[in-house]
Design a protein around this ligand. Structure first.
Ligand SMILES: Cc1cc2nc3c(=O)[nH]c(=O)nc-3n(C[C@H](O)[C@H](O)[C@H](O)COP(=O)(O)O)c2cc1C
Length: 377
């Protein structure tokens, strides 16, 4: 039966279906709890949260579900280019964005004390709160952090975009990994290579990762229905991580503007862009991403660009400006049609059952038709 895999056994969940974490406010406790209560692994992206909020978050999640769930963090805090990013560099980038701030009726932002959270402080809070699982991207936490997770019974889940990264995650003693193909929505989470140099699709990535490591492998990227789940499992995955399809559901924390775009014709065209955060991410093409493509030098390094875009986001949303906000989406967004997370989860399970049933039927009856007769002659 397809639901019994090393991932379901290790995590003590019923179905090998992970709801992908969403950083930046697009996760919700409600969505993660629904998925966990239905027997998948709900996740919450906590990359943007201050350490004390992470403790509250884990308490909230525990209140909503007795089943396992994951909390997700970004391991590295800043790109190397941030070392030289001073008030002058900030002012130059603000100047580039001046027409956007002005069109939204916003004052230009002042140089902040900090652009993002400190991973070590976040990890300390997470370990103290001890969620059932800790997934992480953009690197591997220190041996001390991994040891503390093991001692507290927190299952660790790394993220790889290449075979080298999968091997490094295994060598570090992490419990399982997510292999993320270039189809996936959101950031390319590469950490040993430049993100744009290693854009492997899942049909190439998964079998190679499978051959290289013994860890349980969860496949992420472009999986939006039961056909995708069945294909991933047939190709060697022990579970799947579904992002965009859950992001589009009413219960996620994404803006209604973003969800509307996911269900629109616009979702057929995604692009990999640094425009919204300074790091490469898959998003629906819009005015902001197209403008940045014409002038990549105008994009500040992560996390400064992320901070700048967040500074204009609330006003852009309030004014219905979907051309100015990140519309993160994977390449299968055009397949979406569920607005309810529990309906989506039920459909994923039923469709996967059906895909395996019809594959079994096809092999009994021989495919292509007539091949049995030909093979006997
Ligand atoms: C809006 C958005 C935010 C995301 N944020 C994170 C994150 O903070 N951490 C993470 O591990 N993955 C993040 N992801 C990736 C998803 O968890 C998931 O792996 C990915 O969406 C799977 O590909 P799919 O969108 O094609 O289903 C994000 C994806 C999206 C669309």
């Amino acid at each position: 039966m397809w639901i019994d895999t090393p991932v379901t056994r290790f995590l003590k969940i019923r179905y090998p279906i992970v709801q992908g974490p969403f950083g930046g406010g697009s996760s919700s406790v409600e969505l993660a709890a629904i998925v966990s209560n239905l027997g998948g692994l709900g996740s919450f992206g906590a990359q943007h949260l201050a350490p004390d909020r992470i403790k509250d978050l884990v308490a909230d999640l525990r209140e909503r579900t007795a089943a396992p769930f994951a909390v997700n963090l970004w391991v590295d805090n800043a790109d190397a280019a941030m070392a030289d990013f001073d008030a002058q560099a900030f002012a130059r980038h603000v100047e580039q964005l001046k027409p956007v701030f002005t069109s939204l009726g916003l004052d230009l932002p002042a140089f902040p004390n900090r652009f993002g959270q400190d991973f070590d402080e976040q990890a300390e809070a997470l370990i103290e709160a001890a969620p059932p699982a800790f997934s992480f991207v953009f690197g591997i936490p220190s041996p001390d952090i991994l040891k503390a997770c093991r001692e507290r019974g927190i299952v660790t889940i790394g993220n790889a975009t290449t075979v080298d990264e999968a091997r490094a995650i295994e060598e570090a003693g992490v419990d399982m990994l997510v292999a993320t193909g270039a189809e996936a929505g959101g950031h390319r989470v590469s950490f040993l290579h430049a993100a744009d140099a290693v854009l492997m699709g899942n049909f190439s990535l998964l079998p190679q990762v499978r051959d290289a490591v013994r860890l349980p492998v969860i496949l992420a990227g472009g999986i939006a229905d039961g056909r995708g789940i069945a294909a991933a499992l047939a190709l060697g995955a022990d579970a799947v991580q579904v992002g965009t399809a859950f992001l589009a559901c009413d219960e996620s924390g994404a803006e209604p503007l973003h969800k509307a775009a996911l269900f629109s014709e616009q979702a057929r065209q995604t692009t990999l862009t640094r425009a919204f955060s300074g790091r490469l991410a898959r998003s629906i093409r819009n005015g902001f991403s197209e403008h940045a493509a014409s002038d990549p030098g105008a994009i500040a390094p992560y996390p400064a660009q992320n901070w700048l875009v967040r500074a204009l986001r609330a006003a852009a949303v309030a004014q219905g400006r979907s051309d100015l906000i990140p519309l993160y989406a994977g390449q299968s967004a055009s397949l979406l049609h569920h607005h309810s997370a529990s309906e989506l989860f039920g459909a994923l399970v039923a469709e996967t059952d059906e895909a395996f049933r019809s594959a079994a039927g096809a092999s009994r009856n021989q495919y292509p038709p007539g091949s049995a007769a030909r093979s006997t002659t």
